[in-house]
Design a protein around this ligand. Structure first.
Ligand SMILES: [Zn+2]
Length: 126
């Protein structure tokens, strides 16, 4: 879980960590040697990553609770918040936190299930 870096030879993304700085790293996809610049900002990446992880833990807990308690608005809000964080990580060329990805999947499933259930309730009542 580090910085996403695009290979200059095959254009695929590889994940770099701070210890790769200033070194020659072989691309995991095509094997081409890539010079990793010294001035990559890993400090910010690691700080943002820690923030994503703690937010991911919270959103995951809320998404599971909303799934169990049948709270459609909470599931929808978690899905939206997790999607925002994941999108921002990708814009910043960071890997998305797995907790955020899991929270979004669970919240998405919860939103769909509850929407179907509430839709079913509405149909049977009218
Ligand atoms: Zn490559």
């Amino acid at each position: 879980m580090g910085l996403l870096y695009r290979c200059s030879a095959c254009d695929k993304e590889m994940v770099l960590e701070s210890y790769h700085q200033g070194r020659v790293v072989p691309c995991p996809w095509c094997g081409a040697n890539e010079d990793v610049p010294n001035q990559l900002d890993f400090q910010t990446v690691y700080a943002e990553r820690a923030g994503d992880e703690s937010r991911g833990r919270l959103l995951l807990a809320i998404s599971v609770a909303s799934l169990l308690l049948g709270c459609l608005p909470a599931a929808a809000i978690v899905w939206w918040m997790a999607s925002g964080r994941i999108g921002r990580a990708r814009e910043d060329q960071r890997e998305a936190d797995p907790l955020l990805l899991n929270a979004r999947v669970i919240a998405g499933v919860g939103t769909v299930i509850h929407a179907l259930l509430w839709g079913g309730v509405a149909v049977t009542q009218f």
